[in-house]
Ligand binder design. Structure first.
Ligand SMILES: Cc1ncc(COP(=O)(O)O)c(C=O)c1O
Length: 364
């Protein structure tokens, strides 16, 4: 038995998603000037410029196209997904475009700014208490309500085509248009692992020399898996760096495509996000801070070359956390030493991280 013919609604929805993709703006490439590091460049592709404010705009579109083309999503199908916020914001936006009900299963403690955006786009929130698994709950709710589980953690690397219409191809097109040579490194944190996998596949399949550094927050499972092959069980939802770092290795993360991994202290990611927001006069999120620390580590070891990374999301959605010194203090996140270290690095080219105990500075 083959797939039943697409309904009129499915064909219209498919066209609407492709139209949206065709008119989507190319996200900007921003250079952080490095006067103290001659011969070295750092370019950040600004994914916060999407209408839904994060890199997850592209993923949400791809997941919905996949669901529609598989025949599982049709008129009125309720959609469910587990998310630390950005995917849910983007999925809610697309669900609204297609007039589908959308339910975001999110961890307790999610930034109020992200919660507000999910609601603003018509999504409903299902908040899961700390220690319980959002993915399992999203799958359960979808099954119980004859809905569709978008399952970003499993489907990210399948739904996104590494050959076309993705952030990496767009980045390389921009570099080529500006006659900038291929980057030496691309730096990325892993949440689903989908963006890192897409990058790694593109580099390998295009026979490029560009290498992939994955930066991982404290207590995340990805580093140990890459380094030692261990695959911890359990399933908790939250990392202190929203969007990246997972207690289990997600199916979309492909360790064999990663050239190097680095564990970044959470205080460093928060400090770097604050520092970069001030430097660019544009608020960026915490995972972007994690990317920046990885890029700075690389630039400190290179004599010359180009490092690229992403601005993953808009820092305004972390109001009340990232911008609030008393919140940071309550979390035990001492960001000031990292901000000062970045000031020194930027002014002198000399990178001396404040605390990099053996565990947290692990690379390999
Ligand atoms: C802010 C932010 N940064 C980075 C990531 C990681 O991207 P990926 O899921 O492709 O690994 C996410 C994922 O949700 C995110 O929301």
């Amino acid at each position: 038995m083959g797939l039943p013919a697409a309904t009129r609604w499915q064909r219209n929805a498919d066209s609407l998603l492709l139209c949206e993709r065709n008119v989507a703006r190319v996200t900007p490439l921003i250079e952080l000037s490095l006067p103290a590091l001659p011969g070295r460049r750092l370019l950040l592709k600004d994914e916060s410029a999407h209408p839904t404010g994060s890199l997850k705009h592209r993923l949400a579109r791809a997941l919905l196209l996949q669901g529609i083309r598989s025949g599982a999503v049709g008129e009125g199908t309720p959609l469910f997904d587990a998310s630390s916020g950005n995917t849910a914001i983007a999925e809610a936006w697309f669900a609204q475009l297609l007039r589908l009900p959308y339910f975001a299963v999110v961890p307790e403690g999610l930034s109020p700014g992200k919660q507000a955006l999910i609601r603003q786009y018509g999504g409903e929130l299902v908040v899961v208490p700390k220690g319980q698994c959002c993915k399992r709950e999203a799958a359960r709710l979808a099954a119980r309500n004859s809905g569709y589980f978008l399952d970003q953690f499993t489907n990210a690397a399948r739904a996104v085509d590494w050959r076309a219409h993705n952030v990496i191809v767009e980045l390389f097109d921009q570099l080529h248009q500006q006659a900038i040579p291929d980057p030496d490194w691309f730096v990325m944190g892993a949440g689903t692992g989908g963006t890192a996998t897409c990058a790694g596949r593109y580099f390998r399949n295009s026979n490029l020399e560009t290498q992939l550094l994955v930066v991982d927050p404290e207590d995340s499972a990805f580093y140990n898996y890459h380094r030692h092959g261990c695959h911890p069980g359990g399933c908790l939802c939250a990392s202190r760096v929203e969007g990246i770092g997972r207690p289990t290795v997600e199916p979309s993360f492909t360790a064999s495509l990663v050239n190097r991994m680095s564990v970044i202290p959470d205080a460093a990611s928060y400090g770097a996000a604050r520092w970069l927001s001030a430097k660019l006069e544009q608020p960026v999120g915490v995972s972007t801070g994690c990317n920046l620390i990885g890029a700075v580590q690389l630039l400190a070891t290179l004599q010359r070359g180009l490092v690229t990374t992403l601005i993953c999301d808009d820092g305004r959605r972390y109001a009340g956390t990232l911008d609030d010194r008393s919140w940071l203090a309550r979390q035990g996140l001492e960001t000031s030493p990292w901000e000062r270290a970045l000031d020194t690095w930027h002014a002198s080219g000399f990178w001396r991280p404040p605390v990099m105990d053996r565990e947290l500075s692990a690379t390999g």
